[in-house]
Ligand binder design. Structure first.
Ligand code: HEC
Length: 416
């Protein structure tokens, strides 16, 4: 009884109750230099947003998270708990008081720095790329000499755009020595690989080089579990593919990539694999057009994360394992796909997939006028790089025996 009375009297305050939630669940994006337009680090920054914050967390607009909780369990699940939402509600309804400064939680070390901690290596574009004020911008490529004198194992990676408002995505590749991909192209300056007149991607853009990270708003860093790392082969270059979007003013971007190395060679190498379908034609006005792709793993692999990719008409996405008895096990189901947020779903418990496992991805597209993001419901939509075209790709990270690289993983079969 007494306890209850005390609980009623103790108002919910910013410093004691709300700041720990903002620090752990929001500041990853809501701090200076990150993608959210307003920081929530101090009371004075946050107070004017109190009502908007309550609305955003009640509607689950924030933090962005789209996995159907009925399928899969993800380590980076950012959905707030009921009690976290209640704390924010009680603070806002109580007049959003600041409280006692002595009750502030300790700041996270990354508050003004890299999400991955102190990098061992930062690779920066030598000169900025100029991004025009308007118009369609072809994907830009830049080759950055890596200077890796020996095979290097990367445990954590982060991409920090110089100008987050412009970078719609950035795919960071490691191009091994001897690769013919982009052979003869200049280093250190950006260039485009123009699409065909019909909007088909340039064949020169095709590569089997491994990916370190697909940067998107909401996915700016990765860290792999102990015993797993990405391999950068001795002599490799870093190649970044940028999708810049014009935003009304001519601006520049100079992106950096930060790496934390593993101290010892790991048992398993992490490969970023993908399955895509580029043969679809989405009819005009179709509210729910399904496109699927499936593939079979040639070797055993530990599945660690899933990263669906579609464009503005993307509506839903599923990864599943069809079994021989006709049953389907759903690994991830996204029922309200949002193009503006491209997230990587990291399995809390990595899943061992034996050699021969069939993995299936299905994307659903809303090409109707009811889709508020739809650039043109009257269009017949095909595969292409620009946002008004579509894509259907299921990326997934696997950890495999460290003797493999992407090529040998697909070229060799286990001996029976
Ligand atoms: C992954 C990055 C990310 C995280 C995590 C995140 N936000 Fe945001 N938030 C954004 C971005 C980017 C915007 C601006 C674009 C938008 O509104 O979609 C935004 C916008 C907002 C807005 C303005 C909404 C509006 O309708 O104008 C509020 C309020 C907000 N966030 C609250 C929060 C709170 C509270 C948390 C934590 C519980 C949080 N956000 C976590 C990236 C993030």
């Amino acid at each position: 009884m007494k306890f209850y009375a005390v609980a009623l009297l103790a108002a919910t305050t910013f410093n004691r109750d709300v700041l720990p939630i903002l620090r752990d669940r929001c500041q990853e994006c809501h701090r200076p230099g990150q993608i959210a337009p307003m920081p929530f680090v101090t009371y004075h920054q946050t107070r004017p947003w109190a009502k908007a914050i309550l609305e955003a967390v009640l509607s689950r607009k924030m933090p962005p998270w789209f996995a159907d909780p009925a399928h899969g369990d993800f380590a980076n699940n950012s959905a707030l708990s009921k009690s976290e939402i209640e704390t924010i509600a009680s603070w806002v309804y109580g007049g959003a008081p600041e409280g006692n400064a002595a009750e502030k939680p300790p700041a996270r070390s990354w508050t003004l720095d890299w999400n991955i901690g102190k990098p061992d290596r930062i690779i920066e574009m030598p000169t900025p790329v100029a991004v025009p004020a308007s118009g369609t911008i072809e994907y830009q490529y830049i080759i950055l000499p890596g200077g890796f004198a020996r095979d290097t194992w990367v445990r954590k990676v982060e991409v920090r755009p110089g100008n987050p408002a412009l970078v719609h995505h950035a795919v960071v590749y490691t191009r091994e020595p001897g690769s013919q991909w982009l052979e003869g192209r200049p280093r250190g300056v950006s260039f485009a690989l123009p699409a065909s007149a019909e909007g088909r991607p340039n064949p020169a853009s095709f590569t089997t080089s491994d990916i370190l990270l697909v940067y998107t708003p909401g996915n700016n860093h990765a860290e792999w579990p102990a015993g797993m790392a990405k391999r950068i082969k001795s002599g490799s270059d870093i190649v970044i593919q940028f999708h810049y979007t014009a935003n009304g003013k001519a601006q520049q971007d100079r992106t950096r990539v930060a790496l934390v190395f593993a101290s010892a060679a790991p048992k398993q190498v992490v490969l970023t694999l993908q399955m895509g379908n580029d043969k679809f034609v989405i009819p005009p006005g179709d509210p729910n057009y399904r496109v699927q792709v499936s593939g079979t793993l040639p070797n055993e692999a530990l599945l660690i994360s899933l990263f669906p990719h579609m464009h503005l008409r993307g509506k839903a996405f599923e990864y599943s394992l069809p079994a021989e008895n006709g049953r389907v096990e759903t690994l991830l189901k996204i029922t309200r796909y949002d193009f503006r947020w491209q997230l990587d779903y990291k399995l809390r418990k990595p899943r061992l997939l034996p050699a021969g496992t069939r993995l299936l991805c299905a994307g659903y597209f809303d090409n109707s006028p009811n889709n508020p993001l739809n650039p043109d419901p009257a269009a017949e939509v095909r595969f292409g790089e620009q946002s008004w075209q579509e894509m259907m790709i299921g990326f997934f990270d696997v950890a495999v025996d460290a003797r493999f690289d992407k090529e040998s993983f697909f070229a060799s079969r286990p001996s029976k």
